[in-house]
Design a protein around this ligand. Structure first.
Ligand code: RBF
Length: 158
């Protein structure tokens, strides 16, 4: 009898997983590309379309509340938060990067769902372009793979 390849078994398992994606709209030329990379990776990994839910929020700062609300109100196996912070002339970059990373860390501690940090914090636009489908790859793809691993981990422990 022909053996089922391992990746097919994984794909079959993956189809039961439920994933949430929250996308900040600041620098949406960047976040759209991160989202596309993440979404397509999930679909290619066997996640069913109807089990991926997407929300848009204004900026990266809003990822904190929205991820918390989704953690409380739904039962996703993993949440991916997508944002792009680019350094400007004020201290906003430092405050926002700090707040968003700490805020998302707090949700990981407080709620029973892994929240995957797909927020770029770059010195300039070129760096962001490089990491959202340019010469440094697409961090959305990497984060989707991390979200899958963590979703499987979550499901494996009852
Ligand atoms: N949000 C981002 O996602 N990326 C940014 O680079 C960004 N830069 C900002 C710069 C300033 C000066 C301000 C006031 C806001 C910025 N935001 C940015 C928006 C922020 O995440 C949030 O949406 C707003 O502060 C409203 O809470």
């Amino acid at each position: 009898m022909k053996k089922t390849p391992v990746y097919q078994i994984d794909k079959l398992k993956n189809k039961d997983l439920k994933l949430a994606i929250i996308v900040a709209q600041w620098n949406n030329d960047i976040t759209d590309k991160l989202y596309k990379g993440a979404y397509e990776t999930l679909i290619q990994s066997g996640i069913l379309k109807e089990r991926i839910k997407t929300w848009k929020v204004p900026g990266s700062y809003e990822l904190i509340y929205s991820a918390k609300k989704i953690a409380i109100c739904y039962n996703f196996d993993s949440i991916i938060v997508i944002g792009s912070l680019i350094q400007g002339e004020t201290y906003h970059f430092e405050y926002l990067s700090q707040a968003v990373s700490q805020g998302i860390k707090d949700i990981n501690i407080q709620y029973d769902v892994p929240v995957i940090f797909c927020v770029l914090t770059d010195k300039n636009k070129q760096q962001s372009l490089d990491r959202s489908g340019g010469k440094e790859g697409n961090k959305g793809i990497e984060c989707a793979k991390t979200a899958l691993s963590m979703a499987i981990f979550r499901k494996s422990i009852k």
